[in-house]
Design a protein around this ligand. Structure first.
Ligand code: CA
Length: 361
């Protein structure tokens, strides 16, 4: 009863907004219904990402009173994870969910909209995307691929990953074969390692059979769901490679243009809700699962040595300089990203960082 009343309220608001604003055709009057498909890069019902996307689709269907139904497909159910971008870009399906840095083969500039090593944490990324000019640049870049992007999820700072060898110096990365996508993978390669961008479903077996020596994935919650603690001994932190990775919802531009304004608004709000809820879920579940891992005698949780992190940061800066020199789109986006990061770094130092320090005194 209560939900029905709320839905009626949403409908009335959307209609009056439409009437006051512009031409109210049949679609905008709420008669037309849409059935969309959404392909994702996640294994079926994957905790946090997969389940979050399913919840978002349910929110959209309920808030639109059934006018926009979205059927969600896990990786490989309709297309493999790494074909999500292309499939939505071509309009084969209307919608997709994944991470912009998976598409660096298409556009290296896309990586800034997920994470770059030593980049920004979740608060800073949301600040840049929603209130610091980032989202405008994101939309400008994806316009070239016939896509409308929305931030739609963030895991918060990740772990450095699972290793079957100790990392005591930068030389220990030499010859290391690791699953690590995006810019972090390029940094590892410059340090002498080999980087693979395996999708979630392929990681456990690759690590267990020794195809890879190490993998980063997300954090305790997701990593344990995948069983990674049973395939490697050392669990290193912090996740220098992904300090606050933003996930994305992408929508084919023609499909987006066909939605009336009220349904567009519902989709936009559902993405923003997923963005917040996913961060909350990872924050709570990572804390719980870290406590479990700390009791597990077969696992050693370690920090990377400072000099390894300093070297990785130097390599990151070197690669960024090379990227902006050859790719004008990346240069434009990085200029905005870096200017925001510099400001945010100072504010974070006197706010979150200073507070967290006082709590540990
Ligand atoms: Ca990761």
């Amino acid at each position: 009863m209560k939900r029905r009343a709320v839905l009626a309220g949403v409908g009335a608001m959307a209609l009056s907004g439409c009437a006051a604003e512009r031409n109210c055709d049949d679609a905008a009057s709420g008669q037309e219904t849409f059935e969309w498909k959404m392909v994702t890069t996640w294994p079926p019902n994957f905790p946090g990402m997969g389940t979050g996307v399913i919840r978002m689709a349910e929110h959209i269907e309920k808030a639109s009173a059934g006018r926009l139904k979205i059927r969600v497909y896990a990786a490989n159910e309709l297309v493999p994870a790494m074909q999500v971008f292309d499939t939505v870009s071509r309009g084969t399906v209307e919608m997709g969910h994944g991470a912009a840095y998976y598409w660096k083969g298409v556009s290296e500039a896309a990586q800034f909209f997920t994470a770059i090593p030593f980049g920004m944490n979740v608060l800073e990324m949301n600040g840049w995307l929603y209130a610091g000019g980032g989202l405008e640049l994101y939309r400008e870049l994806y316009e070239n691929y016939n896509l409308m992007p929305f931030p739609a999820g963030n895991t918060g700072v990740q772990m450095g990953g699972w290793f079957n060898r100790e990392i005591n110096s930068i030389d220990d990365l030499n010859g290391l074969v690791m699953r690590i996508p995006g810019f972090g993978g390029a940094v590892l390669e410059r340090a002498g390692g080999t980087a693979y961008a395996l999708a979630g479903g392929e990681i456990f077996t690759s690590l267990q059979t020794g195809v890879i020596d190490a993998t980063e994935w997300v954090g305790p919650y997701n990593d344990m769901a995948m069983g990674l603690h049973e395939a490697a001994r050392y669990y290193y932190y912090p996740g220098w490679q992904e300090p606050g990775p933003a996930l994305e919802c992408i929508i084919n531009k023609e499909a987006w243009a066909q939605l009336p304004v009220d349904l567009q608004t519902i989709v936009e709000l559902a993405c923003a809700t997923l963005n917040d809820q996913m961060t909350a879920e990872f924050s709570a579940r990572n804390a719980e699962q870290l406590a479990v891992l700390e009791e597990d005698q077969s696992v050693e949780i370690r920090t990377f040595p400072d000099d390894v992190l300093v070297k990785l940061r130097e390599i990151t800066d070197e690669l960024l300089a090379e990227l902006v020199a050859k790719d004008p789109q990346a240069a434009k986006i990085y200029a905005s990203f870096d200017a925001y990061r510099k400001k945010a770094q100072r504010w974070s130092a006197v706010s979150e960082q200073a507070f967290l320090r006082t709590r540990d005194l």
